[in-house]
Design a protein around this ligand. Structure first.
Ligand code: 5GP
Ligand code: MG
Length: 175
């Protein structure tokens, strides 16, 4: 594959920011009457969630949610399907974790379903947010870094199913 990329956020940029996010989230979680549920979205948030959960200094339940679409992509289909029944989150406070917020559609849709199923607070957290694209969408409650409106990969985010295992986040400069 003849592709070129450049590092946008290094492994040490990321670990410093994830530590700070963990501290912010711990403060929120300590104010709750019961331990929250970290609901992380597979596969993209796998690395971020694994690092973040170890920076949160209080008890939590951790569960994954696999999101897929009936069509070719989230944006083209508009119809998402989920690996779990949202009813299991009734009465719980949720930290919804994803790798990146682009249009904000994924987080908005899942937050709505959790609330409709009786979840209490739903806080959203992404490592990256593309603010240019998110105009009009609600910004996640906890954001690691703002990202440019370009395709990024690494640290759990894939490029055609590959490169999730890169320790840094890269931007594609040439395909
Ligand atoms: P949204 O629903 O906010 O438009 O898109 C969020 C989802 O799109 C993320 O969960 C992620 O799977 C995917 N996504 C958005 N931008 C990128 C990107 O630059 N790189 C990768 N690998 N995935 C992205
Ligand atoms: Mg995703």
């Amino acid at each position: 594959m003849c592709m070129q990329s450049q590092v946008l956020f290094s492994a040490s940029d990321i670990s410093g920011r994830v530590r700070a996010l963990g501290a912010e989230i711990s403060e929120w979680a300590r104010g709750l009457p019961e331990p929250p549920v970290m609901l992380w979205l597979a596969e993209g948030a796998v690395v971020f969630a694994a690092d973040l959960m170890r920076e949160i200094g209080c008890d939590m339940q951790v569960v994954s949610l696999k999101v897929s679409s009936y069509g070719a992509s989230l944006k083209s289909s508009g119809t998402l399907r989920y690996s779990r029944d949202f009813c299991e989150f009734a009465g719980k406070n949720i930290l919804l974790v994803d790798d990146i917020s682009d249009t904000g559609l994924t987080l908005r849709e899942i937050t709505g379903k959790l609330k409709d199923s009786g979840a209490l607070q739903v806080k959203t957290c992404t490592l990256l947010c593309k603010p240019g694209k998110c105009a009009g969408a609600r910004r996640p409650d906890f954001v690691g870094f703002d990202a440019p409106d370009s395709f990024v990969f690494g640290y759990g985010l894939d490029f055609s199913g590959r490169f999730r295992n890169l320790p840094d986040i890269r931007i594609l400069t040439k395909e």
